[in-house]
Ligand binder design. Structure first.
Ligand code: ARG
Length: 308
């Protein structure tokens, strides 16, 4: 009996050692010769055990994926969802006159959708207002949990951050003064263009003529869309290239301006998170899918943008 126990114990030791060795081998990619040797010597005779190990590992993996659906993500500040944005982009995000939407101090489509996502995740929404480029960088570097700022998904940004599913679309348009000689995109050649720094409008406009742009020298980047529009009113620039929804709102508030009929580029807006933050991104996408399916997202968009 004692002998059998001793053999069993030895077997258990060998098996667990084998398990350790194989774990070491898989986790440590540049495993040194020693690890390989250990794995080799213990390999004999434990085919069954390693098969069981794989089963157990598979079960573990299953359990882990199930968990991701709710508790697996972490946020910058516990219990809160920090959204970095540039709140000078009506009707997506604006500084509120009063306490703002649900006391956030801000209002707009992005603020309301973000609030609804936060609610679904059991978190309190915190809006962090900054320059547009800073808002993108905050999410990239994990200073904020996500950037929501009417952010267009494009290849450059996909290289440095991850994006949720799209929740809205935008179109780049051209704002001119009512008496402007600019009537088409061709007329912009040789004119000065105002845009917001760091935006896709800036990128397209300053691109080379071969790529459909007007060249760097033709473009001035302003801190926000409204400053670009003010520059247009003062005659410092000849037109402003910006997303259609804020363009509508700037034109409505500033008499003497109009939007050209020509629509330039159609884009998808999505929520940006730090590259590789899959747990949070999955949670955001899950909440967003529900909010899209039950009509909440469209409802929010419709309260801010009246269909023509
Ligand atoms: N859609 C454009 C972009 O992603 C402009 C976004 C500007 N957003 C803002 N909140 N200022 O570049």
């Amino acid at each position: 009996m004692k002998k059998i126990l001793a053999i069993l114990l030895a077997l258990v030791l060998v098996l667990s050692f084998a398990a350790c060795a194989s774990t070491a081998e898989t986790t440590n990619e540049d495993s040194n010769a020693q690890t390989n040797e250990t794995a080799d010597t213990t390999e004999t005779g434990d085919t069954d055990a390693s098969a069981e190990d794989t089963d157990a590992a598979a079960e573990d993996a299953d359990a882990a994926t199930e968990e991701t659906t709710d508790a697996a993500f972490t946020t910058v500040e516990e219990g809160k969802l920090h959204m970095s944005t540039n709140a000078a982009f009506p009707p997506y995000e604006m500084v509120a006159d009063g306490e703002g939407f649900q006391g956030t101090g801000y209002e707009g489509i992005d603020v309301e959708i973000a609030y609804a996502i936060a609610q679904k995740l059991g978190l309190e929404l915190v809006v962090d207002d900054m320059d547009f480029t800073a808002a993108l960088e905050a999410a990239q570097s994990g200073k904020s949990d996500m950037v929501m700022a009417g952010v267009t998904v494009n290849e450059d940004r996909l290289a440095v951050m991850d994006f949720s599913d799209s929740y809205a679309t935008g179109v780049q348009v051209v704002i001119v003064t009512e008496d402007s000689p600019i009537a088409t995109l061709d007329d912009i050649e040789g004119k000065l263009i105002g845009t917001q720094k760091g935006t896709t409008g800036f990128t397209y406009a300053s691109d080379t003529p071969e790529n459909g742009g007007y060249g760097e020298d033709a473009v001035i980047g302003f801190d926000n869309g409204l400053s670009a529009v003010q520059a247009l009113k003062n005659g410092q620039v000849d037109c402003v290239i910006i997303d259609n929804a804020p363009a509508q709102s700037f034109v409505a508030e500033n008499p003497g301006l109009k939007i050209l009929d020509t629509e330039w580029v159609t884009e998808d807006y999505a929520i940006g998170v730090a590259k590789g933050n899959t747990a949070l991104l999955d949670a955001i996408n899950g909440a967003l899918a529900e909010l899209i399916a039950d009509g909440t997202v469209q409802g929010i968009i419709d309260t801010y943008i009246t269909a023509e």
